[in-house]
Design a protein around this ligand. Structure first.
Ligand code: ATP
Ligand code: MG
Length: 334
């Protein structure tokens, strides 16, 4: 039976990239009737320094964002990772299954550790083991993510395969990444070669779901572009990363294709296209941010949802964790 799992880090506020690459598709999976489990991965967030008060706030704000986008905590399981101890426990075992060489190849570690790798946390290096545990603790079969997480999902598959092989079992399923749509990799508004990220130091690089209409308009107006008008066809976006990014964002927000966007705007300059894009983004995002703000008025209610979700999550994960420990040979006597 298919079971969807995915997570988002409370390492900042939700961005347009998170919305189009993840959240929007989380809602589609839920609404298609599949069993869906969504996790605010606070243990992942602290792989880089998080101010405690900001972490608390970001966790609640993410939960509000999920619910505002259409995640129904009665139909989906919505919780924060640290409230279900199975994630950290299973991750330890996976740290002993995964190989240094595998983790050494992870581009997210290289990007986030930067030049000073000696000073990166051990947790940042081991991040993919914890992500594998997130997924395997539920025997999830499908994981909707943005393009940037593809390499980590392949590692999750490698860990599942090696565990099954080493212990001679057929216990962990081999997961399918679900990476679809025109906005699986929304790029930074300042640099068309970098993905949009909630933890980017430049706020101008991203659209936050909490940005007001003026801020959204200003960020698109200042977005980096080339001086050429938009091409008439998608092939004309070749080598124009920034132009392609804005066209893809428009297409994803309007639920249409880049070709259809160019059929309408091809030949026009960014002076005309950027304000149209900003208007569309405001129309789509402002109901969402208004609902987020409303939900944030009652943090205790958000915490109750997360607690109830954690209980339901633990009820699934705990037996799977126990079975894994048995397979490994750990004595279970209580
Ligand atoms: P951070 O900078 O802290 O890593 P992030 O913006 O990359 O934050 P994550 O919590 O790491 O967000 O990822 C949450 C989900 O959003 C993942 O499924 C990821 O693939 C997706 N995602 C993140 N950034 C983008 C993007 N620019 N375009 C499309 N999907 C994205
Ligand atoms: Mg990320």
């Amino acid at each position: 039976k298919p079971r969807v799992f995915s997570g988002v880090q409370p390492s900042g506020g939700l961005t347009l990239g998170n919305y189009l690459g993840a959240l929007k598709r989380f809602v589609e999976a839920q609404d298609s009737g599949t069993e869906t489990i969504y996790c605010i991965v606070d243990l992942h967030a602290i792989t880089v320094w998080q101010d405690p008060a900001k972490l608390t706030h970001a966790t609640r704000e993410l939960a509000a964002g999920f619910m505002a986008a259409g995640i129904d905590p009665a139909r989906s399981i919505l919780f924060n990772q640290s409230q279900v101890s199975a994630h950290a426990e299973m991750a330890w075992v996976f740290n002993c299954v995964a190989r240094m060489g595998w983790l050494n190849r992870m581009t997210q570690f290289k990007d986030k550790a930067g030049k000073n790798r000696e000073n990166a946390s051990v947790g940042l290096f081991a991040y993919p083991s914890l992500m594998a545990a997130d997924i395997m603790a539920y025997h999830a079969t499908h994981v909707p993510v943005g393009e940037d997480q593809k390499q980590h999902l392949e590692l999750t598959r490698d860990i599942a395969i090696k565990f099954n092989h080493d212990y001679g079992v057929d216990f962990f399923p081999v997961v399918e990444p679900v990476i679809e749509g025109v906005a699986t990799r929304v790029m930074s508004l300042r640099d068309g070669t970098k993905k949009m990220s909630k933890s980017d130091s430049s706020d101008m690089s991203r659209i936050n779901l909490t940005d007001d209409a003026d801020t959204i308009a200003q960020k698109f107006r200042k977005a980096r572009t080339d001086p050429e008008p938009l091409p008439e066809a998608v092939a004309g976006l070749e080598g124009r990363a920034e132009a392609r990014n804005l066209v893809n964002i428009y297409a994803a927000l309007a639920d249409t294709t880049p070709a259809a966007v160019l059929a309408e705007y091809g030949g026009q300059g960014f002076g005309a296209f950027k304000p149209a894009l900003a208007d569309l983004a405001v129309a789509k995002l402002s109901p969402l941010s208004a609902e987020m703000a409303r939900l944030m008025d009652d943090p205790a209610e958000i915490d109750r949802h997360l607690g109830a979700g954690a209980e339901r999550a633990a009820a699934i994960a705990h037996p799977i964790l126990e079975r894994m420990f048995e397979i490994v040979g750990m004595v279970r006597s209580r």
